[in-house]
Design a protein around this ligand. Sequence first.
Ligand SMILES: [Ca+2]
Length: 124
Amino acid sequence: MDSTEGAIRLFVGKDFNVLSAKAEAGEWNIDRLEGGVGENTVSSIKVATGYAVTLYSERDLTGDSKEFTADAAYVGDDFNDRASSLKVSPRAAARSASTSSLVNPGARGNKSTAGQLRASIKFA
Ligand SMILES: [Ca+2]
């Protein structure tokens, strides 16, 4: 598994029903993601191993926020149909014990990749 399949997958239904969009590491307004999911529609989310995602209730990473580090068949009453932006980040250290093959000590290189993605994002 790698990031080419989407570090994060967003679904408009609970229980991973109806795939709507994928997101790689970076900061995103939801309506900018490939797949074209709209704001305030996300109800469940899949998080690839080694990643974490923070959902925000408003655009440009503002408003209320909630972090996920694993799949969530339901984002919760507090965030259902509310997400408008999100931040996806590699979670290098936390997984090193159980999945060492996914995280190498030189993973700092990921930072430059994330930086590139981040630089290419234009919040409207
Ligand atoms: Ca919202």
